[in-house]
Design a protein around this ligand. Structure first.
Ligand SMILES: N[C@@H](CCC(=O)N[C@@H](CS)C(=O)NCC(=O)O)C(=O)O
Length: 208
């Protein structure tokens, strides 16, 4: 069976939740933080990042949205990639969340990669939080317009990644309390049995 590599606190929680929701025959292997830069794992994913999904024949798939697409196509989420409104929107939402919102966190988790002096690093962080605030406003708006329960109006893999993004907000100066629909969504996710299984498998706990 394929193996999904994860680490506590990371976006690999998203495909981990999808595996739980689909009850997919995938082994979830949680590494200690730091093991992602060791030779054993670099031989699997030379990018040194999680998630990675390794197949029995040795082939490896990286990038959260690609892994989610494969999980949906293989184990039948019923949505992802299908030519239906929800299928199209799910792919769009996951591309946005991974390539725009997650990527914007680079200025928070790795501000020192964008500037050298203390003052410049602080400026990178300030601009990052402005950008993130815009993203969270957009996420709050889409969730609200779609009824507030699930990001796209019905449960999809977009909810798994949205939950990851909400878990990170308290590490920034932004607050859950400014995004009431997103906060309720987070509570809904934390009450979900599949999310609880995935959190345990990744040595993580609910936040709210
Ligand atoms: N574009 C990648 C991003 C993967 C990524 O940045 N993963 C982070 C965890 S959320 C990671 O492994 N960080 C460890 C590091 O960069 O050292 C995806 O969507 O899967």
């Amino acid at each position: 069976m394929p193996t999904l590599y994860t680490m506590p606190g990371t976006c690999s929680l998203s495909p981990n939740i999808a595996v739980a929701w689909l009850d997919a025959p995938v082994e979830v292997h949680t590494m200690a933080y730091g093991d992602h830069k060791k030779d054993d794992y670099l031989a699997i994913n030379p990018k040194g990042k999680v998630p990675a999904l390794q197949f029995e024949d040795g082939d490896v798939l990286t990038e959260a949205s690609a892994i989610l697409g494969w999980l949906g196509a293989t184990y039948g989420s019923g949505n992802f990639g299908l030519d239906t409104k929800i299928g199209r929107k799910e792919a769009e939402a996951l591309s946005y969340m991974t390539s725009e919102v997650h990527a914007a966190y680079g200025g928070h988790f790795g501000a020192q990669n964008f500037a050298e002096t203390e003052a410049a690093i602080e400026e990178v962080k300030r601009k990052t939080y402005e950008k993130l605030a815009g993203h969270y406003e957009r996420l709050e708006h889409v969730l609200s317009v779609n009824g507030g329960e699930w990001y796209l109006g019905q449960r999809s893999f977009a909810d798994t990644f949205l939950y990851v993004l909400m878990r990170w907000i308290d590490q920034t100066p932004l607050s859950y309390d400014d995004y009431p629909a997103l906060k309720e969504h987070m509570a809904r996710m934390e009450g979900d049995g599949g999310v609880q299984v995935a959190l345990k498998r990744q040595n993580m706990k609910p936040i709210l």
